[in-house]
Design a protein around this ligand. Structure first.
Ligand SMILES: [Zn+2]
Ligand SMILES: [Zn+2]
Length: 242
């Protein structure tokens, strides 16, 4: 096992249609989030940024081409926002702006990662020590709110405010193509609604909304993609059980 995993830190899956899923296999599974790159005609869209343990921008530059890149964070938890600072056009929900400006542990929950016995299976760099790892501040250059449109030229994404897991969680929905990026609002696996800033009452409203969304495929903040039926079953299961 090499000490410096520079070359193979990220794994990229080409999902077709200009969409790439990137993740960090050496990161503890609780924190192993999805990064999505979607190449558009006039702009590229990058959704979430991993842990910030290794630079993400060089990989993205190699995949994305020359069009401007819009970086959108679904929310400000450590497993999604570590690399946001590497990009020039940084957007997230307006209620995440204060957190992104300084990335306090109280918003990112980075201490939960540092507290793991084995947060990574391979050190991200020589001499890396978990206790010194921090999320770099990434002040937003634009804020997003419910209903706003992100236009890539050939695709348009609507911002859906999906609070509950966190106050400023958002999803992005391309209604024309049924392509939905859900962040941590819904994914395959154990959903988290018990963080200090989670709100289960609000999360139930989000789940009812998600259950009624007309999508073809949903890409969550963790794990593999969901079909429309799988997404609906998870949402209805949450509503039945919570
Ligand atoms: Zn989260
Ligand atoms: Zn997450």
């Amino acid at each position: 096992m090499s000490e410096d995993a520079t070359g193979d830190w990220f794994v990229v899956a080409d999902l077709g249609g200009g969409l790439f899923r990137i993740h960090e296999p050496h990161v503890h599974r609780f924190f192993r989030g999805n990064v999505f790159l979607l190449r558009g005609r006039d702009a590229n869209l990058l959704i979430d940024f991993g842990m910030g343990l290794r630079p993400l921008a060089p990989l993205v530059a190699g995949l994305a081409g020359r069009a401007p890149l819009i970086a959108v964070a679904t929310h400000s938890h450590a497993d999604h926002i570590g690399g946001l600072h590497e990009f020039a056009d940084r957007r997230a929900h307006s209620s995440e702006a204060v957190a992104c400006a300084s990335m306090p542990d109280s918003a990112t929950f980075a201490p939960m990662f540092r507290a793991l016995d084995e947060p990574v299976t391979v050190p991200p760099g020589p001499g890396w020590q978990k206790q010194y790892w921090r999320i770099a501040p990434a002040p937003l250059t634009a804020t997003l709110d419910e209903g706003q449109i992100i236009d890539l030229g050939d695709r348009r994404f609507e911002v859906l405010h999906l609070p509950g897991h966190s106050p400023g969680s958002i999803g992005l929905l391309d209604r024309e193509n049924g392509l939905f990026f859900a962040g941590d609002a819904i994914y395959r696996g154990t959903l988290v609604d018990d963080l200090p800033h989670s709100d289960r009452v609000v999360y139930r409203k989000t789940m009812a909304r998600i259950a009624s969304l007309d999508v073809a495929i949903a890409h969550g903040g963790h794990g593999e993609a969901l079909s429309a039926q799988e997404m609906r079953e998870i949402a209805l299961g949450y509503l039945a059980g919570a």
